[in-house]
Design a protein around this ligand. Structure first.
Ligand code: ADP
Ligand code: MG
Length: 236
């Protein structure tokens, strides 16, 4: 157990379908991720990783169990409050970027910014993501890696406490994947947000403070990397 958990999940269960079509996807999953950790959630395709992330992100409702993020229990929120949580506290990064094709790179980041966001702050964010020169282009005019940087910027502009990433490098080549993961380490250090990265790629383990593993909807591994945690003054 981390000493200072940011995400706490207890007894989480989820199924899809009914009768013969019923599939149980998560069985009694309990875990915690400490504030400031990078947590890598591994597991083969179909093991329930995206479902877990969608529940934590408030995109779907659990059958049973509780999810607490930064002291707020999601399962106790009204739909309106859940919408506010998603809008204000949470960043989501997807495999296929999910940018709005008719908005420029800058506009894709601006859409999630609070009305009070300083335009200079957005310029600085664009610079730190290496996107400033590309700010007036549309997503189709930049590379996959640049589109994913834009998606990360869109998530970061609201200063989320928690960044959830579902196979963020799944569509990228080796070198670009490496750059995106390095960017996430920088984000973790500089923005201080807790990050959960879902992937089927075990090679990503090296960057984790904590590794979780799902198999057939059950949590079969929960290991903290003591050395990496010490290097960042994290405790567990
Ligand atoms: P992963 O991300 O690890 O590949 P998922 O969480 O996407 O796994 O899926 C876990 C299981 O749940 C799979 O068997 C998948 O077919 C099933 N599943 C996921 N979403 C749905 C859905 N909306 N309706 C029915 N079954 C689903
Ligand atoms: Mg998935």
């Amino acid at each position: 157990m981390p000493a200072n958990p940011y995400l706490q999940v207890s007894g989480l269960c989820k199924h899809y379908g009914e009768g013969e079509a019923r599939v149980s996807v998560l069985h009694d999953v309990s875990c915690a991720v400490g504030a400031g950790e990078i947590c890598v959630l591994l597991g083969p395709s179909g093991s329930g990783k995206s479902t877990f992330l969608n529940l934590v992100g408030g995109l779907e409702a659990a059958d049973a169990g509780s999810i607490t993020v930064g002291g707020t229990e999601l399962t106790a929120l009204t739909p309106k409050q859940l919408g506010e949580y998603r809008r204000d506290k949470l960043g989501f990064v997807f495999q296929f970027y999910n940018l709005v094709p008719d908005l420029t790179i800058r506009e894709n980041i601006e859409v999630t910014a609070h009305l009070s966001a300083n335009p200079l702050a957005i310029d600085n964010l664009l610079r730190s993501l290496g996107l400033y020169e590309h700010r007036a282009k549309f997503p189709r005019q930049v590379s996959g890696g640049q589109q994913q940087r834009c998606a990360i910027g869109r998530a970061l502009v609201k200063n989320p406490g928690l960044l959830l990433c579902d196979e963020p490098t799944g569509a990228l080549d080796y070198q670009t994947s490496k750059e995106i993961l390095e960017l996430m380490e920088t984000v973790n250090r500089d923005f201080g947000c807790t990050i959960v990265i879902v992937t089927h790629n075990d090679a990503i383990k090296h960057m984790a403070h904590r590794v979780l593993r799902l198999r057939d909807g059950q949590l079969v591994e929960n290991v903290a990397n003591a050395e990496r945690m010490r290097a960042r003054d994290l405790t567990w």
